[in-house]
Each structure stands twice: as C-alpha cells, then as structure tokens.
Design a protein around this ligand. Structure first.
Ligand SMILES: C[S@@+](CC[C@H](N)C(=O)[O-])C[C@H]1O[C@@H](n2cnc3c(N)ncnc32)[C@H](O)[C@@H]1O
Length: 308
C-alpha cells in the first residue's frame, strides 16, 4: 500500500492513533486498493505505517502530528468519524454513515404512516432485510414525482414497501406493474395496497418477472413506461435491464438496487458468484451508452439509469 492514496475512517469507539495498536486479526482484515478502515474492534492498517508519536492524538491533533498520516487527514469535525479524502479525487470529503448519523438521516425521512406500519409488520417476517430502507423509498417516490411518471414497473415486490411508496405518489390514472414470484409476500403487499387505497393503481403479476416483462413486450407495451425499479434476483439484473430498456420510453428511468452489495463489490477478496455478477453488471452499466447513469450510495446502493 503506497502512502499516496489513503482514505482514513475513524468510527466512534474505534481505536484512535494514540492508543496501542491492537493485534491485527487476519479474519477481519479487509484491504481495499486505496482505503484503510478502522472500525470497532479491528484496525485495518499496516503497523509499520502507524508511526505517530504519543503526542499524536485523536483526530484534531492528528493534523499537528509529524507522522506521514497528517497530510492525508483533511478534516475532523466530530469525534465520531474522520474522513481523509483521497488526493486523487481532488480532496473531496465523503461522509461515512455511522449509526448515529444514519439515525439522523432516518429522522429526516417523511415516511407515510401506512409505510411505517408495513415496515413494522414486515420486520418480524423472513427476509425483512430485503426491504428497501425508508430513505431509499423516499428517493424512489421523489424520482417518480419529478418524472411525472404515470406508468411504472417494479421487479421484486416482496411485501410491497417500495411499490407502495411508488403507488402512493402516482396520479389516480397511474399504473404500477408489480412483479413478484412469491404469493405469500404478495398477500401482505396486496393488503397494504388496499389499506392505502391504491389497489386500483397496482397491477400485480404473480410469477417469474422475466415472463411478466416479456409478455408486456409481446402485448405491444414497449416504450410506454416512465419508470422501472429492479430489486429481485441479482444474477438476473442484466436480463431484467435489457427487457426494461425496451419497455421504458426515452427519458424514462430504470433504477437498480443493491449495486454496492454491502460493500463487497469493492472488496477484491470477495468473489462469490453473486458479488461477481453485480460487479460485472455495474461495469456494463458504466460502459452502456444507451443510458446516462448515477450510482447513489444510499441504502445498499442504487444506480439510476436514464434512457437516452
Ligand atoms: C429484495 S426483495 C424486494 C424488496 C422490495 N422491493 C421492498 O422494498 O420491499 C426481492 C424479491 O424479489 C422476488 N424475486 C426474486 N426472483 C424473482 C423472479 N425471478 N421473479 C419474480 N420475483 C422474484 C423475491 O421473491 C423477493 O420477494
């Protein structure tokens, strides 16, 4: 690891520079090409490089330290975290979400009561982690509103949290095609569409999403949708994307969830099939001239694609 390019992240309760170096624990060691992360309980840093004197203290004083690290630390405004930006990226500061900061973000989400109830009911269900987060749902709804979308598609409904967020902001004449293969979770979704008074806007397609999308195309609906959200089987993302690219009009959006895959996409030590397929798909999107893209680090990461 060269010392020219290092992002340093200190989380609350983490080991600070003036503490004794803990034993490095290989099992917890995640080395990224240009990032060292210090988190609770494990310090992912080369001991030889950590040569601050004892006067070099946490965060603020780190700037005064004579060690090689000080020039890499650009700011420290709270004791909760420090982010030193990478000089290769113009010294931009990037905020790392700590639990406390995330709680603050959540406090600033206007989650409709019916969505809160659905989230609570789903919390005890199997697979509840699959649900998009409240701030993600809010962003999806915002995109639908900005677009003035009338016709939407969701691939992967589960118990309906993201689809309900979308349906709630659709106009009365709007339509959301909701594709899901699991009847049991769809029952919960349908109950909440009913409770929210949006059932008439949601066209539920029980079955394999690929089949549902293909039949929409066969039905002559290509180019007639404004917005699509992909949140189902990750290895199928590329296939869903290709079909949705036919179904969405020019200027419409396709949003893909889980593009950061719990951070695994950036970890060269992780190469399980799912991570590889998400990595490859991200790379394909990056090179795909048919869409403009924006990868947004929200929730588990979403890429917003606009059809050109
Ligand atoms: C991540 S969850 C969706 C979460 C949902 N968007 C939400 O925010 O609550 C993925 C869902 O996709 C469904 N799914 C997976 N593969 C599918 C397929 N081939 N066809 C239809 N649904 C599928 C799963 O049953 C699961 O409910």
């Amino acid at each position: 690891m060269a010392n020219r390019s290092i992002n340093l992240v200190l989380h609350q309760g983490s080991v600070s520079p003036h503490h004794e170096l803990p034993q490095l624990r290989p099992a917890n060691f995640h080395s990224f090409s240009s990032t060292w992360i210090i988190t609770n309980g494990s310090l992912h840093v080369s001991p030889q490089r950590w040569n601050c004197s004892t006067s070099c203290c946490y965060c603020f004083r780190l700037r005064e330290c004579r060690c090689n690290w000080k020039r890499l630390v650009r700011s420290c405004y709270t004791s909760e975290f420090v982010i030193a930006s990478d000089e290769n990226y113009g010294n931009k500061q990037v905020v790392s979400l700590t639990p406390r900061l995330y709680e603050y973000v959540l406090k600033n989400v206007r989650e409709p009561e019916i969505l809160r109830q659905l989230r609570q009911e789903t919390a005890s269900m199997r697979g509840s982690l699959m649900q998009v987060s409240p701030e993600q749902a809010q962003l999806l709804a915002m995109l639908v509103q900005i677009l003035g979308a009338e016709r939407c598609i969701e691939v992967g409904v589960y118990t309906g949290y993201s689809s309900l967020a979308i349906a709630l902001v659709l106009p009365e004449s709007g339509r959301l095609v909701a594709c899901e293969r699991d009847a049991k979770s769809l029952d919960v979704a349908k109950k909440y569409y009913q409770l929210a008074g949006v059932s008439h806007k949601v066209d539920v397609k029980l079955g394999l999403a690929l089949d549902s999308l293909e039949s929409l195309i066969l039905n002559g609906e290509a180019g007639s949708y404004d917005f699509a959200f992909i949140d189902a089987e990750k290895k199928m993302n590329e296939k869903y994307f290709e079909l949705l690219l036919q179904l969405v009009r020019v200027g419409g959006l396709i949003v893909v969830d889980n593009v950061l895959w719990h951070g695994k996409v950036a970890d060269p030590l992780v190469y399980d099939p799912k991570t590889i397929s998400i990595r490859n798909f991200n790379q394909k999107l990056m090179e795909d001239k048919r869409v403009s893209i924006s990868m947004v680090p929200i929730g588990d990461g979403m890429t917003i694609c606009r059809k050109r």
